[in-house]
Design a protein around this ligand. Structure first.
Ligand SMILES: [Zn+2]
Length: 357
């Protein structure tokens, strides 16, 4: 039985906290930056600098599987951020976005970082897939900007939106596809179409795998994903599907499950968040992997960008990378026949297995 290991990492490309100065200013103004698991993101997560990516690649290229394949990340990428300047010029009446490659040019240490993204793709150790057009619920955010919500405007002035709004969880700006009203579905379809097209423009290949930001996603959008070339979609095993007006429904999914429109579901079964305190992440992740292999499943690790970013707090990156390299060394030692893959490669293998009966 083959032992396949995939590492999925969400949030690459999205602004989270522009700087420590922004964090301090917003917290002083009374914004909630810490509850609902937001603290470690707002204190550490931001666009990856060239150094962040270079250091990550050093770790990944230090480990090879039995086929000589590097340890590989599938970075789930946000391809756009709001264009704050244009939105302000329209007096908050219209929404504008920019490719994340434009945002990079304004961030210190990121100006030339897209060269590293391309290097990662070439060396097949950092191969982006789709996390969304923005990591932002445009409808909810624009509505609050128009009505002049104080906290939303203060965060806007710092170029961010990832605080915890007082109306949370009914309002969650980070959850791009949270559905307040079913009438928003048409707009969300448009976001998917434009986002997948922008992905192809930026990276030169089509996205095949989609991970809904923060989870919420109405299943009627699966057809839009399929129409735009997406073959795989991430979901938790028990999906809470938003239906609008605060209604939700539980939908069960399993790894490899296929819809009639061709979309196949990927469910993560291993977790590695070394920046989150209070847990031995190496031990627990090795246990997750062992369980997956025991049931003859691939090990699909979830590990967010925040663990590997040092632009705000260098110690955060150093710790995350140290633990990642230890984890990878343990994996190779315990399972010498492990094979590193990206999520689309795993999807192809599932197709093959299916065709071979
Ligand atoms: Zn995310």
């Amino acid at each position: 039985m083959r032992k396949i290991l995939v590492i999925e990492s969400d949030d690459w490309g999205s602004i989270r906290m522009p700087s420590l100065a922004s964090f301090e200013k917003l917290e002083k103004s009374g914004l909630d930056l810490r509850s609902a698991d937001a603290e470690r993101f707002n204190l550490n997560d931001t666009l990856a600098t060239s150094q962040d990516l270079g250091n990550l690649f050093e770790v990944l290229s230090g480990i090879k599987d039995k086929n000589g394949i590097y340890a590989t990340f599938t970075p789930l990428t946000i391809v756009a951020n709001p264009n704050f300047q244009k939105i302000k010029e329209s007096n908050f009446q219209n929404y504008f976005y920019e490719p994340f490659t434009e945002t990079l040019k304004r961030y210190a240490g990121c100006e030339h970082s897209f060269d590293l993204w391309q290097e990662g793709i070439e060396k097949k150790m950092f191969v982006p897939q789709m996390h969304g057009r923005e990591h932002l619920n445009v409808s909810a955010w624009m509505k609050d900007l128009k009505t002049g919500e104080r906290d939303t405007l203060l965060a806007f002035d710092e170029g961010m939106w990832g605080f915890v709004p007082s109306k949370y969880p009914e309002t969650d700006y980070q959850a791009a596809f949270l559905l307040a009203d079913p009438a928003e579905l048409e707009y969300q379809k448009n976001i998917i179409t434009e986002g997948t097209q922008l992905f192809e423009t930026i990276f030169g290949y089509k996205a095949e795998y989609f991970v809904p930001p923060n989870g919420p996603f109405n299943n009627s959008l699966n057809k839009t994903l399929a129409d735009n070339g997406i073959k795989l979609r991430s979901s938790s095993k028990i999906q809470e599907e938003p239906l609008g007006f605060g209604n939700k429904r539980k939908v069960l999914h399993y790894l490899g499950q296929k819809e009639r429109n061709g979309i196949r579901f990927i469910t993560r079964n291993c977790f590695f968040e070394p920046g989150q305190s209070g847990k031995d992440w190496i031990d627990s992740c090795l246990y997750d992997i062992k369980t997956a292999f025991r049931w003859h499943k691939p090990a699909i690790i979830s590990s967010h960008r925040v663990n590997y970013i040092g632009a705000i707090n260098p110690a955060n990156r150093d710790n995350g990378l140290l633990l990642l390299s230890r984890l990878l060394l343990e994996i190779i030692r315990i399972w010498p026949d492990v094979e590193f893959m990206t999520t689309p490669q795993l999807g192809e293998l599932m197709n093959k297995d299916e065709n071979n009966g």
